[in-house]
Ligand binder design. Structure first.
Ligand SMILES: Cc1cc2nc3c(=O)[nH]c(=O)nc-3n(C[C@H](O)[C@H](O)[C@H](O)COP(=O)(O)OP(=O)(O)OC[C@H]3O[C@@H](n4cnc5c(N)ncnc54)[C@H](O)[C@@H]3O)c2cc1C
Length: 282
């Protein structure tokens, strides 16, 4: 496992909060903002969910103390949504209240489609109560996303738009890359025109260039949106973009790095070849 972690470190900042913060400091020095994620998901034990809640609260304190430019991202299955909706909401509210004290921001990542409805429902409850200290994620590969985007725009909610990283059936999701990209662009334009500081989360240069041009043509200022990318993916593009636009990098860390690493491997067959080639070389 240690050998695998060696390779996973391309995408994961390390096992500890200190390693995560160190990565953020380097990004901040390049004019790049961050969002820190404590890796963990699908928790079925109440104690584990409470532990994750405390870890996020402590992380918010550390971010504040060290004066780094970073929000936080979390998953509802990490806070116990599989155990009980209200228990998970209580945990989330504890974190959001702490974030508000420090003027920080909590992004609720979007997981597999089994959780979409519950995640959007909980987000809507929280946004009505706590306003824009909390943000949602929409996945362009889901057929339902246009309706969700329309509703979130009405709530003036902050949305991160991504393509989607989970394996979904063709009954609910676009399967062809060209269809996902087309829907991404459609939702992105809607969010740029009518959304509240949308986060354009992609490493797809064609889509990034489209966003820049669309914003220019529609006189949407650079301060009205941000680009987001993942730690370790296209770092040169991150730096280049940060010279001109708001850029935030998602920095995951923690002991439970395996599922996240598998999603990154699955996204690109070159990553799997690279791993296998190097494992056999050793
Ligand atoms: C900030 C951020 C937050 C996200 N949050 C969520 C979330 O909450 N829920 C969710 O389902 N998904 C999330 N994702 C993941 C997202 O859904 C995609 O799976 C991922 O971003 C790859 O899609 P892409 O938009 O980069 O486009 P793609 O068309 O997949 O890739 C475009 C280019 O980016 C590079 N690239 C993409 N992925 C990799 C990789 N793994 N390794 C190396 N190079 C790569 C390649 O150069 C590729 O040609 C997030 C992504 C980002 C950037």
């Amino acid at each position: 496992m240690d050998l695998l972690l060696f390779f996973a470190k391309r995408f994961v900042a390390g096992k500890t909060a200190e390693e995560g913060m160190k990565a953020v400091k380097i990004l901040n020095s390049k004019n790049i903002m961050a969002t820190l994620d404590i890796l963990g998901e699908n928790v079925t034990d109440k104690k584990m969910a409470e532990k994750a809640t405390m870890e996020y609260i402590s992380l918010l304190e550390k971010i504040h103390e060290e004066k780094i430019n970073s929000s936080i991202s979390l998953k509802l299955t990490q806070l116990g949504i599989d155990i009980d909706y209200d228990f998970c909401k209580e945990n989330l509210e504890k974190i959001v209240k702490k974030a508000i004290i420090y003027g920080n921001f909590v992004r609720i990542d979007m997981e597999g489609s089994k959780y979409t409805e519950r995640t959007i429902s909980m987000f809507k409850e929280l946004v009505k109560k706590y306003g824009n200290s909390v943000g949602a994620v929409i996945q362009a590969y889901l057929f339902r996303s246009e309706k969700d985007v329309n509703e979130l725009i009405k709530l003036n909610a902050r949305v991160r738009l991504c393509k989607g990283a989970y394996k979904e059936p063709p009954t609910i999701a676009y399967k062809k890359k060209s269809d996902v990209d087309k829907n991404y662009i459609k939702l992105m334009e809607k969010l740029l025109l009518h959304g509240n500081y949308p986060a354009i989360a992609t490493h797809d240069e064609k889509i990034i260039n489209h966003a820049k041009e669309f914003a220019r043509n529609n006189k949407i200022g650079k301060e009205k949106f941000e680009f987001q990318m993942l730690y370790g993916i296209r770092p040169k593009l991150q730096e280049k973009l940060a010279n001109e636009y708001n850029v935030r990098v998602y920095v995951p860390f923690g002991k439970n790095w395996f599922p996240y690493y598998m999603r990154r491997l699955r996204e690109r067959k070159e990553n799997v070849f690279f791993l296998l080639k190097n494992l056999f070389r050793r």
